[in-house]
Design a protein around this ligand. Sequence first.
Ligand SMILES: Nc1ncnc2c1ncn2[C@@H]1O[C@H](COP(=O)(O)OP(=O)(O)OP(=O)(O)O)[C@@H](O)[C@H]1O
Length: 376
Amino acid sequence: MTIPNAAANAAPPEEAGQAPIRPLAASTAAAPMVAFEAVTKRFGEAGGKPGFTALDGIDFTVARGAITGIIGRSGAGKSTLIRLVNGLEKASSGRVTVDGVEVGGLSEHGLRDLRRQVGMIFQHFNLLTSRTAFDNVALPLEIAGVDKKTIRDKVTPLLDLVGLGDKAGRYPSELSGGQKQRVGIARALATSPKLLLSDEATSALDPETTQSILELLKRINAELGLTVLLITHEMEVVKEIATDVAVIDRGRIVEAGSTFDVYASPKHETTRTLLATALKLPEWLRNGLKAQPSVGDRVLVRLVFFGETAFKPLTGRLVSELGSDVNILAGGIEEIGGKPFGSLVVSYSAAPDVVERANRFYAETGLSTEVLGYVA
Ligand SMILES: Nc1ncnc2c1ncn2[C@@H]1O[C@H](COP(=O)(O)OP(=O)(O)OP(=O)(O)O)[C@@H](O)[C@H]1O
């Protein structure tokens, strides 16, 4: 879900001028950029009616300078969570703090201040169609009352930064989806925020463009030291860019940790399901997966290789251990957070003696495995 709010990053006219943007609070380097403490959000509470609980007891922090992903299925509560950070929603109970300041306690004035410090990008870009790329990026500064020369000095390098130096005069209708999102990113950076929120920013883009936008976000994070909090329903996005991840399911964080750890050994059912989608198994195979085996079925297992095991020729040994019965269905070696990480999906007979032999092999070799399910 995205919220059209083109001026979300706009600063108030009365004090922006050319003055430097005020910090929200005296920040301590070790403190998290964002903290949720026992946060609950209910919608539709009225006259003693309990309402719908969209977020339930969220405890979670976003480290300063990190790229943190929140992943979950549709309706899990991702957008609600992110809207609590920039004060578009208020927690029913608990506290949300940004750089040590409690968002729920801010006045209108304080909220405007907060929104200059927190940039946001959206799935459908939310650009003003009647304005050029330059004028869209300039908008938050115009609203803040910044003078024309300062705006030019700020917007031109931002357009260069996002690779659109030659598209300043183009209207959104003349830009591709990826270029529109680049304008959205430049606009979000116009007020020099310390936190960037991304609401499904690549969901409307093709895989190649997604990749280039994620690369840009990584570069901005590294070069500007900007903390990024992104929500997505795609594990691929998290894997590609996030250093840390939290999995949200029906309003609760069910698993959180470094992306590498969560990806290598998912603990919660929801995480496993999201991962199985990212493995890009053929659709017929994914749809045919069962939780329990029947006689004659095959078991689908994801083998995870990392650290010491990453480059050992263990697959060949597994094949010789189980005989020619092993089928390799998907896999490859990639990097998560700079660490080599391999994953291979294999299938073999789910007969108890075969499964026992395989499990013995995994125990001996230290291979990490995950049963994805069973197929006929
Ligand atoms: N203003 C609202 N009033 C009532 N219910 C709401 C409101 N906003 C969200 N909800 C409900 O809260 C739950 C979480 O919604 P949310 O939009 O946060 O989920 P999401 O994970 O972002 O989903 P999606 O990926 O589909 O956008 C949903 O069941 C939704 O219907």
